[in-house]
Design a protein around this ligand. Structure first.
Ligand code: HEM
Length: 134
C-alpha cells in the first residue's frame, strides 16, 4: 500500500487543510491579502480554525476561492470532538491510492500510477481515526 504523509507532500508543494479538504495554494501565496507568511505557517497543517475566524473570518469570495484550490479530500471527513484532542490531525493524515480504498471515493478511473497527490485529484488523503488499521 502506498501511503504518504501529508507533511511529506507539503514539502514539495504548499498544501493546506481546511474543512476536510486539501488545498494547493502555490498560485496564491503571493496574492493572499493577509500576507504570504500566514499561509506559509499553515502548510501541511489544518487551517480550518484560522480560516473560519480564529485568525480572520473570511468572506464568501474567499471561501469560493479556497474551494477552487481543492486537490484532495480527507477520507472520513473533518475531525471533531474528543478525537481531535487525543492525537493531532496532522499526525494522522495519510495519502493512499484511490484503488486502495473501499470507500465511496474509490474510483479506478482516478488512478495515476505515480503514488502522489495530483492536481486533478487522483488520490485522496485518508484520515483514519481508529489508528490500528494503519
Ligand atoms: C488558503 C486559503 C486562504 C484563502 C483562499 C484566503 C483568502 C483570503 C482573501 C480573499 C482575503 C481578503 C478578505 C476576504 O475576502 O475575506 C483574505 C484576508 C485575510 N486572510 Fe486569508 N485566505 C486563506 C487562508 C488564510 C489563513 C490560513 C489565514 C490565517 C492563518 C488567513 C488570514 C487572513 C487575514 C488576517 C486576512 C485579512 C487581511 C487584511 O485585510 O488585513 N487567511 N484571505
Amino acid at each position: 500500500m502506498v501511503c504518504l504523509a501529508v507533511q511529506e507532500q507539503a514539502q514539495k508543494r504548499p498544501l493546506i487543510l481546511v474543512s476536510g479538504f486539501i488545498h494547493d495554494v502555490s498560485d496564491f501565496l503571493e496574492e493572499h491579502p493577509g500576507g504570504r507568511h500566514l499561509l506559509v505557517k499553515m502548510i501541511g497543517k489544518d487551517a480550518t480554525t484560522a480560516f473560519f475566524g480564529g485568525v480572520y473570518d473570511h468572506s464568501n469570495a474567499a471561501h469560493n476561492l479556497l474551494a477552487m484550490k481543492r486537490v484532495g479530500v480527507l477520507h472520513g471527513g473533518h475531525p471533531h470532538g474528543l478525537d481531535e484532542k487525543l492525537i493531532p490531525p496532522s499526525q494522522r493524515l495519510k495519502i493512499a491510492r484511490y484503488n486502495e480504498l473501499s470507500s465511496p471515493y474509490a474510483s479506478s478511473a482516478w488512478s495515476d500510477g505515480e503514488g502522489m497527490l495530483g492536481v486533478s485529484g487522483e488520490l485522496v488523503v485518508v484520515q483514519d481515526w481508529s489508528l490500528d488499521v494503519w
